[in-house]
Design a protein around this ligand. Sequence first.
Ligand SMILES: NC(=O)c1ccc[n+]([C@@H]2O[C@H](COP(=O)([O-])OP(=O)(O)OC[C@H]3O[C@@H](n4cnc5c(N)ncnc54)[C@H](O)[C@@H]3O)[C@@H](O)[C@H]2O)c1
Length: 377
Amino acid sequence: MTDVSDGVLHTLFRSEQGGHEQVVLCQDRASGLKAVIAIHSTALGPALGGTRFYPYANEEEAVADALNLARGMSYKNAMAGLGHGGGKAVIIGDPERIKTEELLLAYGRFVASLGGRYVTACDVGTYVADMDVVARANPWTTGRSPENGGAGDSSVLTAYGVFQGMRASAQHLWGDPTLRGRTVGVAGVGKVGHYLVEHLLEDGAQVVITDVRPDAVRRITDAHPEVAVADDTDALIRGAHPLGALDIYAPCALGGALDDDSVPVLTAKVVCGAANNQLAHPGVEKDLDDRGILYAPDYVVNAGGVIQVADELQGFDFDRCKAKAAKIFDTTLAIFARAKADGIPPAAAADRIAEQRMAEARTGSVTGALPGGAAQL
Ligand SMILES: NC(=O)c1ccc[n+]([C@@H]2O[C@H](COP(=O)([O-])OP(=O)(O)OC[C@H]3O[C@@H](n4cnc5c(N)ncnc54)[C@H](O)[C@@H]3O)[C@@H](O)[C@H]2O)c1
């Protein structure tokens, strides 16, 4: 029999994308829970990653997504200098229809069954209030509400981290970290994007925004009438708006922002934004490099959120956490330096550094220092 599950097993055991330590399938018929918990690596510590609640077309698609997302978390956590490996869980189904307290508690018991090898948090389809419920079944849940000992919304520090990545990009490219006088285009001004705009304005940048939601745009232009607006992302990146060509493009909406259509028409010299999985397919990082566009890898600059949920496990302290997120500046610079030294795009350099950290941890030679001099977070 050949079906998609052959593909999943191939991914798990044989492909370069695999190498996961453990994958757990969870079922609780009473509550309707069907979930997959994937642990890619615990080399650097307990696997940490959110719970995605999504109406997958079938179970195989869910397993494949869990594997892929868990692997991504290993790299993100390693680059953030966290003492955590990578994991991710997916709950199969439409959260609007099937999410109940009973189901979340059943899920929490499965997280408990892993005895701390996997620490869970929010992702698409799960929220702070859900983590408060999951946490009643185990002590390995983070991303909870402040009323329940958690840190709450992570977008404040995510935006701060992206801003640090942008400052590092400016330092690398123009020899000065300030964004004063630079033209920055932000696509998607939701939770993260709108905080990012505040940082940019404070630093003296000229800002142009776009969003499919008029209320999200209005929230910013009401407070800051000097902010320009582009009709859509295509107009933003082409410079077809009052501010013209961009210096920096910040994708802060959905994944796949950088593809065969957008890269050739980008006016920006730097791409640095919060969105996950910005590169639509392998090879786009090379296209950016060939055009002389500096790409600050998404999972490096958007790590403020995971830094926050990791910090919550020790008892959240905003200032301590902000200091950790500020290190994204050094980490981003270290990646650009490695990319230059190795003659590879920054996205490939980030992967290399993360893989090196995990390999060192496995052989017990990890020092806690990130290559390039950034301190452990
Ligand atoms: N919130 C966090 O802490 C965090 C952490 C890491 C990564 N991220 C990533 O950052 C991105 C933004 O996250 P968020 O929490 O701000 O989400 P959000 O949903 O609050 O904001 C996204 C915004 O993008 C807009 N949008 C959607 N499609 C668009 C399009 N085609 N063109 C322009 N705008 C569009 C939406 O209307 C919304 O206002 C996501 O990709 C998310 O995965 C977020």
